[in-house]
Design a protein around this ligand. Structure first.
Ligand SMILES: O=C(O)CCC(=O)C(=O)O
Ligand SMILES: [Fe+2]
Length: 306
């Protein structure tokens, strides 16, 4: 059980050789697919623009970096760039449901990844391409990461267009039955018995790719580990074909997209429903790498079916 694509890589390679990735003409390609870093704008310009305009750029390009340089944002400036308190940020109730309040700190918490309740993002290990959120009825439309402190080594961000990956996988044809089918999704259940977790996961299943989720458009929902442990807990471990499908998908993510280093004072904003993201492993120096994360919605209907 690994979040990376190390296992069975010769099988993946032969599948990719058998099925070289075709050009996709139906979708406007996002710039982040060209291997570019996201568009960067200066914080002064961001603060002079309505947040809605910034999110228009994110919609068009998949991601955006607001750069403040050495000065950094005050927390208030961060809130106003993101539109917190206005239309854009999720309600307090939604934050509570997602287990977050205000901004969540992404930092190495020195925990043992062998514990299934520990998230890769709370360690220095590679996370693997994923989307944020793990709820049946709510998806963060966007996430933002504000870089308070870079790592001494590594920790680069990676982004790839999941809609384009989906279109390519459809053309491969081999996995069409799996692309939109439900998979079980584990949830972190501190202090709950294995039995309770197994019962809970039975009602937690949804597809990786939805062409039009809740009438608001294409949505990608995937964290490999939650899906693998979800299937184990549901008593339906992933089959060889299902694992091969995830390997091929992860391999596609890993070969495409942008890899770039956030600088201290950068605010990265990403379309979480369209773009898959990853973070490379890192080492901390004297100061620990630290990012503040916010989950954001743009309109009430965008991220929930309520
Ligand atoms: O550490 C990072 O750069 C990204 C963290 C992340 O993806 C997450 O917390 O979900
Ligand atoms: Fe994430």
């Amino acid at each position: 059980m690994s979040e990376t694509t190390g296992n069975g890589s010769s099988g993946i390679r032969s599948l990719l050789v058998q099925h070289p990735l075709p050009d996709v003409t139906g979708l406007a390609p996002l710039s982040i697919l060209d291997g570019d870093a996201p568009t960067v704008i200066e914080v002064a310009d961001a603060l002079n623009s309505p947040p809605a305009d910034l999110f228009d750029v994110v919609d068009q390009r998949g991601a955006l970096v607001v750069r403040s340089g050495d000065g950094g944002f005050a927390r208030d400036a961060l809130r106003s760039v993101l539109g917190v308190g206005g239309e854009l940020i999720q309600s307090a109730a939604e934050l509570g449901k997602a287990g977050q309040s205000d901004f969540y700190q992404v930092v190495d918490r020195g925990m043992d990844i062998n514990d299934p309740n520990v998230l890769f993002s709370a360690t220095t290990l590679p996370i693997g391409f994923h989307s944020d959120g793990n709820e049946p009825d709510w998806v963060p439309g966007y996430f933002a990461l504000y870089c308070q402190q870079t790592a001494s080594q590594g920790g680069e961000s990676r982004l790839v267009d999941a809609a384009e990956a989906y279109a390519r996988l459809l053309k491969v044809g081999e996995f069409n039955d799996l692309l939109s089918r439900d998979f079980f999704r584990d949830e972190i259940l501190f202090g709950n018995s294995e039995h309770a977790a197994a019962m809970a996961v039975r009602s937690r299943h949804w597809p990786i790719f939805s062409e039009d989720l809740w009438g608001v458009g294409f949505t990608f929902r995937y964290t490999r580990r939650r899906l693998e442990t979800g299937h184990e807990r549901a008593g339906a471990p992933l089959t060889a074909k299902e694992s091969a499908f995830l390997d091929v998908m992860d391999a596609q993510f890993a070969t495409a997209g942008a890899t770039f280093a956030l600088r201290q004072g950068d605010l990265l904003i990403v379309d979480n429903r369209r773009v898959a993201h990853d973070r490379l492993p890192y080492q901390d120096g004297q100061e620990k790498r630290s990012l503040l994360r916010a989950w954001i919605r743009r309109t009430p209907l965008q991220d929930a079916n309520a």
